[in-house]
Write a protein that binds this ligand. Structure first.
Ligand SMILES: NC(=O)c1ccc[n+]([C@@H]2O[C@H](COP(=O)([O-])OP(=O)(O)OC[C@H]3O[C@@H](n4cnc5c(N)ncnc54)[C@H](OP(=O)(O)O)[C@@H]3O)[C@@H](O)[C@H]2O)c1
Length: 250
């Protein structure tokens, strides 16, 4: 029975995070939608979910770059429904950092959103998740294993998130299972979506051709794996599953 169970998905106002939130909701979970800048999209998503089932979804806002706001996010999340069963660390920033031009503030941005917030949110919510024999799912990236050119800081942050997944699976068992999902190419990043440069289009086609399944994945492909790991995979912990159309094979 999932109807009293509660999931918090960070960065879930839109795109993959919103799809994860909707997938859990469709299975009866209460859903806490976290957003920073996309509060209007978050409001629309929560409105839609509450139309399906009244009082089944709430918004929490915080900037995960600010350590104090990570701490208060855990408190705000607990105030929503008074319990938590699943934490999905999905929020992320993603941008290039060629070595010669990268800055310490870019390092902080990429590490704080992709891994520091996930770590301290997990810490703050450990006792609640232990009580409910809950689970943590971290959204990693196949680039944690196979670095993306000129994105070294992002690659390192995701590699740290992958190691965090394996470390916390040891530290938090047996009560809490900790797993990860590593998406391949699912949605073009916000900047690439707006880019009409023919070179960018050619690059995309080349990338799609190189994937054994010859296409982008869908947010649902990620959301279904997250849901499976959180609910059905009761003897799985410390694993990071690639959902990449076979791209990691090439
Ligand atoms: N898209 C892909 O194809 C792909 C491929 C590999 C891995 N992934 C991983 O899959 C996950 C979802 O991907 P996506 O493309 O849907 O993500 P996204 O749109 O790039 O980012 C998701 C959300 O993260 C939130 N976020 C960023 N910095 C934040 C901060 N300082 N404080 C609070 N929230 C912050 C943003 O919330 P607000 O908008 O509310 O500010 C944003 O909407 C990410 O972890 C990503 O690394 C995606």
């Amino acid at each position: 029975m999932t109807e009293n169970r509660v999931v918090l998905v960070t960065g879930s106002a839109k795109r993959i995070g919103a799809c994860i939130a909707e997938t859990f909701h469709a299975q009866g979970f209460k859903v806490i939608v976290h957003a920073n800048r996309s509060l209007s999209e978050a409001g629309k998503l929560v409105g839609r979910l509450n139309t399906v089932r009244p009082d089944s979804s709430k918004i929490v806002s915080s900037n995960l770059h600010e350590s104090a706001e990570v701490e208060t996010l855990a408190e705000k999340a607990m105030q929503c429904f008074g319990r938590l069963d699943v934490l999905v660390n999905n929020a992320s920033t993603f941008f290039p950092t060629p070595l010669a031009e990268s800055t310490q503030s870019q390092w902080d941005d990429l590490f704080n959103s992709n891994v520091r917030a996930a770590y301290f949110l997990s810490q703050k919510l450990t006792s609640e998740l232990k009580k409910n024999r809950g689970t943590i799912i971290n959204i990693v990236d196949t680039h944690a294993d196979k670095p993306l050119l000129n994105h070294s800081i992002y690659n390192m942050a995701k590699a740290a998130l992958k190691t965090m997944t394996r470390s916390l699976a040891k530290d938090l068992g047996p009560e809490i299972r900790v797993n990860g999902v590593s998406p391949g190419a699912i949605l073009w990043s916000g900047t690439l979506e707006r880019d009409n440069d023919p070179g960018v289009e050619q690059g995309r086609q080349k990338l799609l051709e190189s994937i054994p399944l010859k296409r982008l994945g869908k947010p649902e492909d990620i959301a279904h794996m997250v849901y499976f790991l959180a609910t059905t995979a009761s003897y799985t912990s410390g694993q990071v599953i690639k959902v990449d159309g076979g791209r990691s094979l090439i």
